[in-house]
Write a protein that binds this ligand. Structure first.
Ligand SMILES: Cc1cc2nc3c(=O)[nH]c(=O)nc-3n(C[C@H](O)[C@H](O)[C@H](O)COP(=O)(O)OP(=O)(O)OC[C@H]3O[C@@H](n4cnc5c(N)ncnc54)[C@H](O)[C@@H]3O)c2cc1C
Length: 405
């Protein structure tokens, strides 16, 4: 029992409030800069030391073993603060849940507490130039060499690869079976010999994701996550958590901290004397409604998580709704700003134009809107499945698969 388990929920809430008030200077830093990563590590480490990281994680992995009610209280207290945790989102929100669900005991013991403390930053190496929506068609291959595996191939759009310590890699280990059956997931050391990382410049001006090349990279046998040949199942776990995490703004800390889009827009409208405009008021109200609906959906997903239910299609709804909200809010932000949106040296203009330019990419990350709609059509509405002519064909015989042999 830790000292925190004997405190009441109300006392816990006060502890969180006081901690944030005292550590507000820890916040700041851009999510896309290396300073942002350092800020994220420092912030996470301080949170961990205060017993406020991984509130609902098991204690054996550095978590607090507390209830969802504690997490909600934490989220409410943290709401006014902007915290620099974005660089940890993939590790805490996607990779850690995957290790918790399908990783070996040794992998959990070795990595989870370090991730939670901000000592290890992780990335997700699934997409390839020819395999995004159809990620099971990937061509990066891992071939067994004694007890090791040797990896060759290319990944792309790997967010945060340039500052990550480890990544979850999906590779083809058997091209002689249908595409979903020949995949294996590995933990890969991003600084291993043969790993080359090249940042890609985005329309926003940032370079937050990368091409990653693997040239004869040796990965030890104990780095297999789950079972050899069951990488698809492991990847589905990651992707489900990714959609929940993106949609709910989770990142391991619960929902997105720093307040919602509506609060930011209402503040902007007040500061820019735009609140009297009836059309803008209508736009603000519609953002409020969309955000409230997403919050309710997020809280339902957290309840599901609390009850131990694997995230289902509601993650896809949240992902889709979150993307639409982000785009809509950015458009309203520009509406409020008017022509000032395109002036230099205006922090508001930079904030909302960056949001608008980043919105299409954010809608694609973690699954495009069309793919989310396919999932909803099939799993929620019960529509017929999309035809999959390659489902039972050995990967080697597919046009894309021929390139791997
Ligand atoms: C900001 C950002 C961050 C990312 N971070 C990562 C990361 O960290 N790790 C990682 O592995 N990947 C990452 N990705 C990659 C992302 O997962 C892929 O971009 C995404 O899955 C789409 O794949 P694609 O780009 O190859 O597009 P494609 O799959 O080639 O799709 C092209 C178009 O065809 C449509 N389409 C494809 N298949 C269907 C279908 N069956 N039905 C209807 N329409 C379809 C798509 O909706 C899209 O409009 C990131 C992407 C972005 C934008």
């Amino acid at each position: 029992m830790t000292e925190t388990t004997s405190e009441s929920l109300a006392e816990f809430r006060v502890r969180v409030r006081e901690w944030f008030a005292a550590h507000v200077d820890l916040t700041g830093g851009s999510a896309e800069s290396l300073e942002g990563v350092d800020a994220a590590r420092r912030f996470q480490s301080a949170l961990f030391d205060a017993g406020l990281a991984g509130l609902t994680w098991p204690e054996e992995y550095g978590g607090q073993g507390l209830t969802q009610a504690h997490q909600l209280a934490f989220n409410e207290e943290a709401e006014p603060y902007v915290v620099p945790t974005m660089p940890l989102l993939i590790g805490l929100g996607m990779c850690a849940p995957t290790l918790q669900e399908v990783g070996s005991q040794e992998q959990r013991d070795r990595h989870l507490a370090r991730m939670l403390r901000g000592d290890e930053v992780w990335c997700q190496l699934f997409s390839e130039p020819g395999a995004g929506s159809d990620v099971a068609g990937l061509r990066t291959r891992a071939v067994q060499d004694g007890s090791d595996w040797v990896v060759n191939g290319q990944k792309v759009w790997t967010s945060g690869a340039h500052y990550s310590d480890y990544g979850l890699l999906l590779a083809r280990t058997n091209p002689d079976v249908p595409k979903h059956l020949g995949l294996t997931m590995f933990v890969v050391d991003m600084r291993a010999p043969g790993v080359t990382i090249r940042p890609l410049r985005q329309i926003t001006g940032g370079a937050n994701f990368n091409e990653v090349f693997f040239d004869d990279v040796h990965v030890p046998g104990d780095a297999v996550v789950g079972e050899v040949g069951r990488g698809w199942q492991a990847a589905v776990t990651t992707l489900m958590n990714e959609r929940v995490s993106i949609g709910a703004g989770g990142g391991g800390l619960g929902r997105r901290l720093g307040g919602g889009e509506y609060a930011a827009l209402a503040d902007l409208a007040r500061r820019r004397d735009a609140t009297a405009d009836p059309v803008l008021r209508q736009s603000l109200a519609s953002v409020f409604v969309e955000e409230r609906l997403l919050e309710l959906l997020s809280s339902r997903m957290r309840e599901d998580a609390k009850a131990g239910r694997t995230p289902g299609p509601q993650g896809s709804v949240a992902k889709l709704a979150g993307a639409q909200l982000a785009k809509h809010a950015a458009e309203v932000g520009l509406e409020v700003l008017g022509t000032a949106a395109w002036t230099d040296d205006d922090a508001d203009a930079e904030r909302w134009t960056t949001s608008l330019l980043g919105a299409p990419g954010n809608a694609i990350a973690g699954g495009t809107p069309e793919i989310m709609k396919n999932i909803l059509g099939e799993r929620v509405l019960g529509l017929p499945r999309e035809p999959a002519v390659d489902r039972d064909v050995p990967f080697r015989e597919l046009r894309v698969g021929g390139g791997t042999s």
